[in-house]
Design a binder for this molecule. Structure first.
Ligand code: UD1
Length: 421
């Protein structure tokens, strides 16, 4: 793979030297090939992150690109959709992601505000830096906004984690996924079901590259340091103040974790309140429950008065949003995970942790029990959650590793870019 590149480089130098019409330009041409800043033969890749679930996916890609400094130049753009230290910076530190080259500082807002502001700021960056490729990841607003901008600026677009579909257009992420995939020139998929979705939508097969799940690269790389974390210290360091009870004793396989952040679960109090009551009355008395609280959810819990009930409840530990290793440690040790996060569903699959997905649908069906995984869709109806919780709490851990979820996805993606050069 490397030999043709060198050949190409040699002929390119040769022709530039010997076709230069006048001598003074020769020197500058020479410099252009050997000065790192002026080297235009490298592929200029600009990748984009915006929100928490992007960070564990970009880390392996950036690391792999950096192994080929003679082939690629890379610019990392952070749109700033997530900005709290616990939602953003802590992941850069934990996963050794270099600081972004550009931070658009978009912040929070309605969807239109976030997407619009991102497009306006990102357009300037693209026009200034003129990348060869823009690489977007996942399905957050940053992904969609930067995809539209890329194509309007006529830049080749690649999407990592392509082809996932919940077929639920009420989810903002589904809109982001469809727009991004429709515009992408290169679509990196996680599994055969994602490929099938894209083919059905008419994407030419040669644009689809099944490479596996890049998030699992991070999981495999960080598994050992995460496993060394002590549960009690982790909780003590991250617990939010206000609990009126001593922390319950924590042992692996004898606690549960819940995370909720989807608008469909947390924005409507008539849905959130029964869920919270169920956790207080039926989960925490059986198994201690750790709840890392997303800022969106916390605002709703506080404004509705549910926060105080949770603080008073014995057996519940409320924490701030956790860092990457801390969350991985909890996912590894939990008896049952209750979540509406797509990423946690996938991680539980690899870790073998029974996972109740509090959604009506999932864009990641490969994580479900009917496809060999550990997940069950339970929606947000308490009756159903109760039944499935009892069943899940009695299950042993069963690991499920879909093909290519092997920790080497970033290598396959970067190899594709090298071939295209
Ligand atoms: C976003 C993604 C979602 C992803 C989730 C992970 C979209 C459409 N949604 O949802 O797919 O699963 O991130 O967390 O892109 N906030 C803070 N601090 C922050 C960030 C947000 O306090 O650093 C608060 C703000 O009040 C904000 C709210 O959380 O309005 C929601 O943030 P936003 O980025 O709009 O969506 P998420 O719910 O985080």
């Amino acid at each position: 793979m490397f030999r043709p590149l060198k050949c190409q480089w040699f002929f390119s130098v040769f022709t530039r030297f010997y076709t230069t019409p006048y001598q003074p330009r020769l020197f500058f041409r020479y410099q252009a090939y050997f000065h790192p800043v002026m080297n235009h033969t490298k592929t200029k890749i600009m990748s984009v992150v915006g929100a928490r679930p992007n960070f564990m996916k970009i880390a392996p890609f950036v690391r792999e690109l950096s192994r080929f400094p003679d082939v690629f130049t890379h610019t990392l753009v952070h749109t700033g959709q997530h900005y709290d230290v616990s939602m953003s910076q802590s992941f850069f530190q934990a996963l050794n992601i270099p600081a972004p080259d550009v931070d658009l500082e978009i912040g929070s807002g309605t969807h239109a505000e976030q997407v619009g502001r991102t497009m306006m700021s990102f357009e300037k960056v693209v026009q200034e830096r003129k990348p060869d490729w823009i690489v977007v990841i996942g399905d957050v607003n940053a992904t969609c906004a930067c995809s539209i901008t890329a194509k309007k600026e006529h830049i080749a677009l690649a999407h990592i984690e392509s082809g996932l579909r919940s077929f639920d257009l009420d989810m903002p992420e589904e809109v982001n996924r469809m727009v991004t995939d429709r515009l992408s020139d290169l679509l990196f998929t996680t599994d055969h079901m994602a490929d099938a979705n894209l083919i059905k939508e008419g994407v030419p097969p040669e644009r689809i590259k099944r490479v596996g799940n890049i998030m699992i690269d991070s999981l495999e790389m960080q598994r050992a340091p995460a496993a060394r974390l002590d549960l009690a210290s982790l909780c003590a360091a991250n617990a939010l103040p206000g609990s009126r009870h001593p922390a319950p004793p924590l042992h692996d396989n004898r606690f549960c974790v819940i995370t909720l952040h989807r608008p469909s679960n947390v924005d409507d109090i008539d849905i959130l309140a029964p869920l919270v009551n169920f956790l207080i009355e039926e989960v925490a008395p059986v198994l201690p429950l750790i709840w890392p609280v997303h800022p969106r959810t916390r605002k709703k819990l506080e404004s509705s008065g549910l926060w105080v009930l949770l603080q008073k409840a014995p057996g519940i530990i409320l924490t701030q949003p956790l860092g990457y290793h801390e969350m991985l440690r909890l996912s590894m040790g939990a008896k049952v995970m209750l979540t509406d996060s797509g990423g946690l569903q996938e991680e539980c699959c690899i870790l073998g942790t029974p996972c109740l997905t509090l959604r009506q649908n999932t864009e990641r069906p490969i994580t479900l029990r009917e496809h060999g995984g550990v997940g069950v869709l339970v929606g947000n109806d308490v009756e159903r959650i109760r039944t499935e919780f009892r069943e899940a709490a009695a299950l042993p851990r069963t690991l499920h590793r879909p093909p290519l979820w092997d920790g080497h996805t970033a290598e396959r993606i970067v190899a594709c870019f090298k071939k295209l050069k």
